[in-house]
Ligand binder design. Structure first.
Ligand code: NAP
Length: 294
């Protein structure tokens, strides 16, 4: 990749942003496509979000991804927000068009990608989502899109859980599927869940011995149920190891990361993203940093 006078800028904003794999993945894709772009990390303090957006407009930045803590607070600063991002209350991809900032959310598309190849009758499969933070919002929107008849959101804080459920009121199709489940009630629901998603950090490197479910609870999942962990370090997590042992289908978060990035790149560049290059770049990097991952 050669930076020239004509090179157009993309990036990711967050605070902190140092942990983000997006610069690595996107610059590999840009180099492969020989596109005249560069993708940079921008640590933006929450107090400076509006100033950053104005600065990006002045600099002619073409677009950017958004990570914690700006996914929600950016909404009122954008000129147009897609329906899916409005329903989720979170934006992860922004682009500049006709002197306006447009935003959407590609996390649900990313989450769905590895599920699409499975031959499942989603209308008969309730989904269980562990956690009620930012990523759980994408999972809920995606499960509703799949057609899961019920979506059980499991949280450890009844107050936060109630707020989470309440926040979907403006999307009646999604709200009608949602049920809140306390952490202590989980065992009653696990045997009926077609899909159980870990949307908490439990089990993420370096806490590799942690899992959102005990071995016994994983055993409650039916054979052929899907265990989906949004975490991608380590590969596999303890949750997914245990789920595989009881005959569940195990999916980790790497493909979600790749596919949400690919969907964003396609918006910015207007051409298909080199998904295989993006995936392999991350796999190579992760196996260097976490040699025990597979
Ligand atoms: P977040 O907004 O901080 O939410 C985390 C959720 O997990 C909260 O509901 C939190 O509960 C719950 N939680 C944390 N520790 C817990 C514990 N010990 N017991 C029970 N619940 C616990 O984080 P996020 O952005 O949603 O991310 C969640 C996970 O998804 C992270 O591991 C992240 O790396 C992963 N992720 C992956 C992708 C991908 O592309 N693969 C994308 C986004 C996120 P409280 O609210 O009660 O604290």
């Amino acid at each position: 990749m050669v930076i020239k006078g004509t090179t157009k800028l993309l990036g990711v904003i967050g605070y902190p942003v140092e942990h983000s794999f997006s610069p690595l993945m996107h610059n590999a894709a840009i180099a492969h496509l020989n596109a005249d772009y560069a993708y940079l990390p921008f640590p933006i303090h929450p107090d400076n979000l509006k100033a950053a957006l104005d600065g990006f407009a002045a600099m002619g930045l073409r677009g950017f991804n958004i990570t914690i803590p700006h996914k929600q607070s950016i909404l009122p600063l954008l000129d147009e927000v897609s329906e899916v991002a409005q329903a989720m209350g979170a934006v992860n991809t922004v682009w500049r068009k006709d002197d306006c900032w447009h935003g959407t959310n590609t996390d649900a598309v990313g989450f769905l990608a590895p599920l699409k190849s499975l031959d499942k009758n989603w209308a008969e499969l309730p989904a269980m989502v562990l956690g009620n933070g930012g990523a759980a919002r994408a999972v809920v929107a995606a499960c509703a899109q799949l057609g899961c008849p019920e979506i059980w959101v499991v949280g450890r804080s009844p107050h936060k859980l109630a707020q989470f459920i309440e926040s979907w009121k403006a999307s009646p199709d999604i709200a009608a599927r949602l049920r809140s489940v306390n952490w202590s009630q989980m065992d009653d629901y696990l045997p009926k869940a077609g899909l159980a998603v870990n949307a908490t950090p439990m089990g993420m490197h370096p806490q590799v011995a942690a899992s959102p479910l005990s071995e016994q609870q994983v055993g409650l999942m039916g054979e052929g149920a899907i265990a989906y962990d949004l975490i991608y370090t380590p590969r596999p997590t303890l949750f997914l190891q245990q789920a595989s042992d009881v005959g569940a289908i195990a999916i980790d978060g790497l493909e979600m990361l790749v596919q949400q990035g690919a969907a964003a790149l396609e918006i910015w560049l207007g051409q298909p993203a080199p998904v295989e290059i993006m995936r392999q770049t991350l796999l190579d990097y992760l196996s260097e940093r976490h040699p025990r991952s597979r």
